[in-house]
Design a protein around this ligand. Sequence first.
Ligand code: PGA
Length: 262
Amino acid sequence: MPRKSPSKTRDMIIAANWKMYKTIEEAKQFVERLAPLAEGSQAKVYIAPPFTALESAAKLVKERQFPFIIGAQNMNDATEGAFTGEIAAKMLLDVGSQFVILGHSERRHIFNESNSFINKKVKKALAVSLQPILCIGETEAQRQTGDTENVLQEQLEVCLEGIEDPANLVLAYEPVWAIGTGKTAKAEDAENAHQFCRKIIEKLFGKKVASKISILYGGSVKPENAAELMAQSQVDGLLVGGASLSPETFSEIIKNSNKVDV
Ligand code: PGA
């Protein structure tokens, strides 16, 4: 299934978000197992283990020269301080993280993170050259009341407020109703949402920047729907939760994404 527009200029990224799963040993086994299965991937492969497994996963990838990029699932915006239980950007860099997922819907909805808090985190990540993957997306209720675009616009405008150059920022459109539910957005809905997000990015940062930012889709991605989603011209990659926990399943997603002709 050919991609409909020339998006070769943007990075293709298939990212694993392990959430609160996997010990150090399990993370290492996964990485070892995935390496031969994902060989030859045109898409960059990102893996976000829990904090405790970050260092060992990053070390293993470096030692064995596996083509994977290791990063974190969250961080605090402060440089350091009395914030019990939080993790700072420099600590993530210290253990070999290259990217950080920010504003994931579970952070927003379970831990009450606001757009303005996420904005501070994005600024911090950019300031220390940690690549931010900014997640946005509407709830089921917001979609039903026709508010999807307003919600996405507000999330983008506030989360990116005061940023002059988003550098290598990656965006992930993750409709909340599709996360962990088995309900995937239709490829066409994902395409429309991504197109809308790119329009807002263009308004904020100009055409050149907007044409370069990779926008990933997330929400019940599986081997069966990866190719169709990736065939959309505005879908530059996938952020995978549940289906990224098994190296076999995740490698099928990588393979099916790569089958798409670019
Ligand atoms: P899911 O999660 O693939 O399990 O729906 C996606 C995500 O939360 O990033």
